[in-house]
Design a protein around this ligand. Structure first.
Ligand SMILES: Nc1ncnc2c1ncn2[C@@H]1O[C@H](COP(=O)(O)OP(=O)(O)OP(=O)(O)O)[C@@H](O)[C@H]1O
Length: 341
């Protein structure tokens, strides 16, 4: 797969080609010491993927979310996914997590098929905001796990397999193993999710906005810990977020998804001219500045996204048998309708 051209939307909304490497020493992913590096060249390799959900809009069979999507990340990379609501970040993470089937051989994680190779489930971690959500019968919506369970007793075998790592995470996340799930706050529940999701050493970690309800200290310590995981073990992290606070030095790569399912810019941070410029100027929060610059340029060029008002997200299911009480609150698990063999 040839390297995709790096493109970025300028403040005027036009598409320009970004300059090549400014400072190659900046945020370069380290050479992983673990065996991962020798096993595969890329931790993530997506080659020209189209991904669509079935559409319920009249005259439209499918709703294309990712278009000609390409991504290559070496082991040890920390990639931030940036994009407006509905741009496809969660969809991409689900594809990489093997939750959505894609046609052909276009999506590889750790050198193997992201969907079909079940071995990946032992070395791939996927954390999203749906953890512990149970669909309530008749009401049809998810509510968080609230059973009277002791945290120390959850996934006990897994926790006991990695005692040192578990203790490290318990300390880092400030989790009390005696907490009971029906009494924890949202942020505490999230910490438990992170503990259970990170305790097994992973080769690749896919994070879908799971830091929102963490307090600033835990978030900061977690990001540092993840950085250490990438630097010492060669693990790869792909992280979708809208919060850029404290992330200025964190990513090695950035991938910007625009609202048309296309890539606005992608590449190593050192190749992003705007980032280098902002750093040189001593800007207090370059990542936030980059995000607002690109997203505002998108709005200036295409207007405010109305997807939620009259687009796909506003349509009911096409299934004539679907009852409002019987379809997961309208949630449609989605199917791949790619026409690329
Ligand atoms: N199960 C589904 N069935 C049909 N369409 C879906 C489904 N899930 C998502 N979509 C559509 O796919 C598009 C991308 O959604 P996705 O959740 O990947 O975006 P996102 O970038 O993660 O958004 P956000 O920042 O709001 O989390 C949206 O237009 C959404 O309406």
């Amino acid at each position: 797969m040839g390297r995709r051209a790096h493109r970025l939307l300028s403040t005027t909304g036009t598409t320009t080609t970004a300059a090549t490497t400014q400072d190659s020493s900046m945020c370069v992913p380290p050479t992983p010491p673990s065996s991962i590096a020798t096993q595969c060249d890329y931790a993530v390799e997506v080659d020209n993927l189209d991904f669509a959900y079935p559409s319920s809009l009249p005259g439209e069979d499918e709703h294309l979310v990712l278009k000609n999507f390409c991504m290559q990340l070496k082991p040890g990379s920390r990639c931030l996914l940036l994009g407006a609501n509905g741009s496809g970040k969660s969809t991409l993470l689900k594809v990489l997590a093997g939750k959505h089937l894609t046609k052909g051989d276009r999506v590889k994680v750790m050198g193997t098929d992201a969907f079909r190779d079940l071995k990946l489930n032992l070395t791939r971690a996927f954390l999203d905001t749906q953890w512990g959500m149970r669909t309530v019968a008749f009401a049809g919506y998810g509510c968080p796990l609230q059973a009277d369970i002791r945290v120390g007793g959850m996934m006990e075998k897994l926790q006991s397999q990695y005692p040192e790592r578990r203790d490290e995470l318990v300390k880092l996340l400030g989790v009390n193993p005696e907490w009971r799930m029906h009494r924890v706050s949202d942020g505490q529940r999230r910490r438990v999710q992170l503990l259970l999701g990170l305790v097994r050493p992973f080769d690749i970690l896919l994070l879908d906005e799971v830091t929102t309800c963490l307090d600033v200290i835990v978030r900061q310590d977690l990001m540092r810990w993840l950085q250490k995981e990438t630097e010492t073990r060669g693990a790869t992290v792909v992280y979708a977020t809208h919060i850029f606070d404290g992330l200025d030095d964190w990513p090695t790569h950035l991938h910007y998804l625009n609202r048309h399912g296309a890539t606005g810019w992608q590449g190593p941070m050192g190749e992003l001219e705007l980032y280098s410029k902002l750093r040189k100027e001593g800007h207090p929060s370059p990542m936030l500045k980059i995000a607002t610059t690109w997203l505002r340029a998108e709005i200036a060029e295409y207007g405010v996204q109305v997807e939620g008002a009259d687009g796909e997200g506003a349509r009911e299911s096409k299934n004539p048998n679907a009852l409002s009480t019987d379809r997961g609150g309208g949630f449609n698990p989605g199917r791949m309708l790619s026409y690329k063999a």
